[in-house]
Write a protein that binds this ligand. Structure first.
Ligand SMILES: [Cu+2]
Length: 455
C-alpha cells in the first residue's frame, strides 16, 4: 500500500531553524508544503489567480502557492529525502519538499511569481529555471549570476512568466552530484487563455537515472553512463503509475530528460505528434506523426494523441533501460547448461546472477534470492503472466467508460472477443524450406578486371 497521507508543515522555526532566517523573515515566508508519498497526487483546481488545467505529475505532485499583493509565492526546500523507487526499494536521495523529483511548479503566462528557496542540504546549491525566459540575474547559475545559496540560507527569485511552455528546474551548483542525487522538478507555464493548447488530460514526468549498488540505498554520484536504475520521476517499473484516459480523449504527455544519455520514448497503439519542446509550442503545420520520439539530454518533448481503447505499453526503446539493477558484464550463456554450477555458487553468494542457458525470460518468472532493498531485474505481472520489464516502462490504459477526471488504474483491459493473439492448436501446415542455390561455376559469376577501359 502506498502512503497517501499529505504532510503539511508550516515554515516556522521548527522547519528552517533559527540560523536560516530571522524571526521576522520566517513570518514572511510562505508555507513550505512537504510531500513524501510517491503516489500520483491529483492537483486541485487553482484556488486563486488565473484559471488553468492542472498537470498530472506522474508519481508526483504540484507545489501549492499563496497570492500576496498579486504575486504568486512558492517555497521550495532543498533537502535530503527518502524516495521509494518501487515497492521493495527505497533510495536516499536529495530533492525538494520531501520528494525527488521536487513538486511541479505550475503558473500562468503573465503571472509574476516569487520563489523562495531554502537550502537544507549539507552543501551550497542554487536553482536554474530551465528554458524559462527571465532576467539573467534570476537564471540561477552559481558564481555567474548569483552567489551560492549557503547551507541554512534562503534565496528569493522573482520574475514574470512571458511564454507558455514545458520547463524544468534543477541546481546549477555541483550539478553532477546534485542531479545524480535526484534534484530536479517540472515547471509548467500554462497559457493565459485556457482554451489555447487545450487537451483532456495533461501528464508530465522527468527521465532520471541512478546507480545504486544492489543491497545499498545511496546512489554513486560519479557514474557517467553505466547506471543501473532507469527511472521516470525517480520511479522504476512496476512502481510507475499508468497513464489513464477515456477513449477519444486528447492526451498530452510531457517528458524532460536530465539523465546523461538520450531516451527514445516509444508508445504502442495510437500515433502521436510532438506538439511542444522546452523552446515553445510547435506550429500545427510543422508537426508530423510518430510512434517514437527521442528525448536528448537537457531536452523536453510534449506529445499528443487521440486515445484508443486498450492497454498500450509506453517505454524507452533502449532495451537496457527497461531493466532494473543488473551487471552489464554478464556473458551470453545461450546454449550453455550451467544450472548445476549456478545453483552451487548461489548457495555461497546469494546475489550471484548469471544469464539463463536459453535466454533471460526465465529470470522474469523465477523468484531469485536478492539482497535487501534491491529490485528484480525483470519483473511485473500482467493478466497473461510475467511482463519481464523494469526501469522506464509503463502502460497507457484507455477505456470507453472512464469518467472525465478519473485517474484510477482501471485494471487489465477487457479485450473484445477474438482480438487476442493465442496459441494455434490445429494441425500446423507444412513449412518447407527453400532449397539453397547451388554454388557452382554457373551461378557464381566473378567479374574479372579487363584492362583500364572502364576507368
Ligand atoms: Cu532510455
Amino acid at each position: 500500500m502506498t502512503n497517501r497521507r499529505t504532510f503539511f508543515t508550516a515554515a516556522g522555526a521548527s522547519l528552517l531553524g533559527a540560523a536560516a532566517v530571522s524571526r521576522a523573515g520566517a513570518a514572511l515566508l510562505p508555507e513550505a508544503v512537504i510531500q513524501t508519498s510517491a503516489a500520483t497526487q491529483l492537483p486541485p483546481p487553482p484556488p486563486n489567480g488565473r484559471p488553468f488545467q492542472p498537470l498530472v505529475t506522474l508519481n508526483g505532485w504540484s507545489l501549492p502557492w499563496r497570492m500576496k499583493d498579486g504575486v504568486k509565492e512558492f517555497h521550495l526546500v532543498a533537502e535530503p529525502v527518502v524516495r521509494e523507487i518501487a515497492p521493495g526499494m527505497k533510495a536516499n536521495l536529495w530533492g525538494y519538499n520531501g520528494s525527488s523529483p521536487g513538486p511541479t511548479i505550475e503558473a500562468v503566462e503573465g503571472d509574476r511569481i516569487r520563489i523562495f528557496v531554502t537550502n537544507k542540504l549539507p552543501e551550497v546549491t542554487s536553482v536554474h529555471w530551465h528554458g524559462v525566459l527571465l532576467p539573467s540575474g534570476m537564471d540561477g547559475v552559481t558564481g555567474l549570476t548569483q552567489p551560492p545559496i549557503a547551507v541554512g540560507k534562503t534565496f528569493v527569485y522573482e520574475f514574470v512568466l512571458q511564454r507558455p511552455g514545458t520547463h524544468m528546474y534543477h541546481p546549477h551548483a555541483d550539478e553532477m552530484v546534485q542531479m545524480a542525487m535526484g534534484m530536479m522538478g517540472l515547471f509548467i507555464i500554462h497559457p493565459r487563455d485556457p482554451r489555447q493548447y487545450r487537451v483532456d488530460r495533461d501528464y508530465g514526468f522527468i527521465l532520471n537515472a541512478y546507480d545504486i549498488d544492489p543491497g545499498s540505498a545511496t546512489p554513486r554520484v560519479n557514474t557517467m553512463l553505466d547506471f543501473n536504475l532507469w527511472t521516470w520521476n525517480s520511479r522504476a517499473f512496476p512502481g510507475i503509475d499508468p497513464f489513464v484516459a477515456r477513449t477519444g480523449e486528447r492526451v498530452r504527455i510531457r517528458v524532460g530528460n536530465l539523465t546523461m544519455t538520450n531516451h527514445p520514448i516509444h508508445m504502442h497503439g495510437p500515433h502521436f505528434e510532438v506538439t511542444g519542446t522546452d523552446g515553445g509550442w510547435v506550429p500545427k503545420s510543422a508537426r508530423w506523426p510518430e510512434v517514437t520520439t527521442d528525448v536528448a539530454v537537457g531536452q523536453m518533448r510534449a506529445f499528443e494523441f487521440n486515445a484508443v481503447a486498450g492497454d498500450w505499453a509506453i517505454h524507452c526503446h533502449k532495451s537496457h533501460h527497461t531493466m532494473n539493477a543488473m551487471g552489464h558484464a554478464v556473458p551470453n550463456m545461450i546454449g550453455v547448461d550451467h544450472r548445476d554450477i549456478a545453483e552451487r555458487i548461489t548457495k555461497l553468494v546469494p546475489d550471484y546472477m548469471v544469464m539463463g542457458d536459453k535466454g533471460m525470460h526465465e529470470m522474469a518468472e523465477m523468484e531469485m534470492p536478492l539482497p535487501d532493498n534491491t529490485l528484480p531485474m525483470m519483473t511485473g505481472t500482467g493478466p497473461f503472466g510475467a511482463i519481464g520489464m523494469g526501469g522506464m516502462f509503463s502502460v497507457v490504459k484507455v477505456r470507453d467508460d472512464i469518467a472525465r477526471g478519473d485517474f484510477k488504474d482501471p485494471g487489465p483491459y477487457p479485450h473484445p472477443a477474438g482480438t487476442v493473439a493465442s496459441e494455434y492448436t490445429a494441425e500446423a501446415p507444412p513449412a518447407p524450406r527453400a532449397a539453397a542455390p547451388k554454388a557452382d561455376a554457373n551461378t557464381l559469376k566473378v567479374r574479372k578486371p579487363s584492362g583500364h577501359d572502364g576507368h
